[in-house]
Design a protein around this ligand. Structure first.
Ligand SMILES: Cc1ncc(COP(=O)(O)O)c(C=O)c1O
Length: 397
C-alpha cells in the first residue's frame, strides 16, 4: 500500500466518523434561546426552493445536479435527490467523501485532480459507493492528460469512475479549451478499463453575478455556443457525452433554454444571499426567484457610544469576500468590527436595538459563510426543532 492510499483510507475513516443525521432538540426553542452567532435555516423555505427549482427546470426537460459546495450537508443533498436531482456536485474530494459516507452515491466532483492522494480518494470513493449501492455513480472532471494519468495509476480495471471533461471557454480557472485535448481525453476515458466517458462540464462563474439578466443571458449563450462546437466535434468522432452539465443560480433561467444541456449545477438557490439578491432579475428589480432561507442570528452585547451597538458576530460569523451582511430589520446597517464583533448603525427612520436584543442578517455570500459553522439550527413553524450537522464543513481538499 502506498503512502497516499494509506492516507486516503485514514481520511475516509475520519470523515465517516463525522455525524450527519438530524439531531432533534429535547424541546422546540424560540430563536431568542439560541447561542449566537447561530446559522439558522428556515426548513420550509428551503424545501420550497428545492421544489421550485426542480419544477422550473423540468418544464425545459432539464434536471438539477445541485452543488453541495453551498450547503455541505447530506440531509439537504438527499432532499434534492428525492425531488428530481439527477446527482449531486461536490467541489472537492473531501466534500464528496462526506456525501458518500452519508449514503449519497451519485456524486460529480467538479474540480480536477492532479495528485496521487486525491486520485486514491476518488478510486476509494467509487469502490465505497459501489459496494453500498450497485447503481452508484462517482464522476470527476478531467482537464489534462497528466491528470488522467494520475487517476489511471490509482483506478483499477474493476472500478467504474466516470470522467467528465471540463471545458473552459473564458473563465480561465479550470478546464481545457484545446479541441485536440478534449478529443484525446474522451478517447482515453472511453478506452481505459475502470473508466467511463461520462460527459462534459462548462462552468462560467464570472457570468453568475453579472449585473442584469440581459447581460448574463447574452454572455452565457455566447459561451455555451463554443461548448456546443466542442460537443459536435466529440459526436462526430463517435463519443456521446451523456452528461452536459454546468450553469449556476445566476443563469438557471437562462441556461435552461440551451437545448444541449442535460442538467444545471445550481448551488446557492437553496439559501440565496445578499450577493445574489442584487444581480437583477429578468423583469428588473431584485433577483429573488427563491426565498432567503438562511440567516445568521446575533446578539447585541455592547453599546460603547450612543451612535451604534455592537453585536457578537464578525469575521468568524460571516464570509468577508462580498461586503457586509444585511440586517433583516429595516433601517439598520452592519459594519465588520473584528473577528468576533460587528457594529450596527441606524439609518433614516431606523432605531438601534437595545442590549441583549437579537438581530438576524442575510449572509453576504452563503457558501463560505456555511463553512464557518458545524450545524444549522433548523426552524419550522417559527420554532427551532432540530440541528442539522454540516459534515463537509472545512473539508476543502
Ligand atoms: C463548478 C461550479 N458549478 C456550480 C456552482 C454553483 O453556483 P451557484 O452557487 O452560483 O449556483 C459553482 C459555484 O461556485 C461552481 O464552482
Amino acid at each position: 500500500m502506498s503512502r497516499s492510499s494509506r492516507l486516503a483510507a485514514d481520511l475516509l475513516a475520519y470523515v465517516t466518523r463525522r455525524p450527519w443525521q438530524a439531531e432533534p432538540l429535547s424541546e422546540p426553542l424560540p430563536l431568542d434561546a439560541l447561542p449566537t452567532p447561530a446559522l439558522v435555516l428556515d426548513a420550509d423555505a428551503l424545501e420550497r426552493n428545492v421544489a421550485r427549482m426542480a419544477a422550473f427546470l423540468a418544464q425545459y426537460g432539464k434536471a438539477p445536479r445541485p452543488h453541495a459546495k453551498t450547503h455541505k450537508c447530506p440531509l439537504i443533498a438527499k432532499s434534492q435527490l428525492a425531488q428530481g436531482a439527477v446527482g449531486i456536485c461536490a467541489a472537492k474530494t473531501g466534500e464528496a467523501a462526506a456525501l458518500v459516507a452519508a449514503g449519497v452515491h451519485q456524486v460529480l466532483v467538479t474540480s480536477p485532480v492532479a495528485d496521487p492522494l486525491r486520485a486514491e480518494l476518488l478510486a476509494a470513493l467509487a469502490r465505497q459507493a459501489r459496494d453500498a449501492d450497485p447503481r452508484s455513480r462517482i464522476d470527476v472532471v478531467v482537464d489534462s492528460m497528466s491528470g488522467f494519468e494520475t487517476l489511471r495509476r490509482c483506478v483499477s480495471s474493476a472500478d467504474d469512475l466516470g470522467g467528465v471533461i471540463d471545458i473552459d471557454v473564458a473563465m480561465g480557472r479550470t478546464g481545457t479549451r484545446e479541441r485536440d485535448q478534449i478529443l484525446a481525453l474522451a478517447d482515453a476515458l472511453s478506452s481505459t478499463p475502470g473508466f467511463r466517458f461520462a460527459g462534459v462540464q462548462h462552468y462560467a462563474g464570472q457570468v453568475m453575478h453579472l449585473d442584469g439578466w440581459d447581460a448574463r443571458s447574452a454572455r452565457s449563450r455566447e459561451l455555451w455556443q463554443t461548448v456546443e462546437e466542442h460537443v459536435f466535434a466529440l459526436r462526430e468522432r463517435g463519443f456521446d457525452p451523456g452528461i452536459i452539465t454546468g450553469g449556476g443560480t445566476g443563469t438557471f433561467d437562462i441556461d435552461c433554454r440551451e437545448r444541449m444541456i442535460t442538467d444545471l449545477q445550481v448551488g446557492s438557490y437553496v439559501f440565496m444571499d445578499q450577493q445574489y439578491r442584487v444581480i437583477g432579475a429578468s423583469g428588473g428589480g431584485l433577483f429573488e426567484p427563491f426565498e432567503q432561507s438562511l440567516s445568521v442570528l446575533a446578539t447585541v452585547i455592547s453599546q460603547p457610544r450612543p451612535s451604534h451597538v455592537t453585536v457578537d458576530a464578525g469575521f468568524k460569523a460571516f464570509a468577508v469576500d462580498a461586503g457586509p451582511p444585511q440586517p433583516l430589520t429595516p433601517g439598520l446597517r452592519y459594519r465588520f468590527a473584528g473577528d468576533e464583533h460587528g457594529v450596527v448603525l441606524a439609518e433614516g427612520e431606523g432605531t438601534l436595538p437595545t442590549l441583549g436584543a437579537r438581530l438576524s442578517f442575510v449572509p453576504p455570500h452563503c457558501d463560505p459563510t456555511v463553512n464557518l459553522y458545524d450545524a444549522y439550527w433548523v426552524l419550522r413553524d417559527g420554532m427551532v426543532r432540530e440541528r442539522w450537522p454540516i459534515p463537509a464543513r472545512g473539508l476543502s481538499w
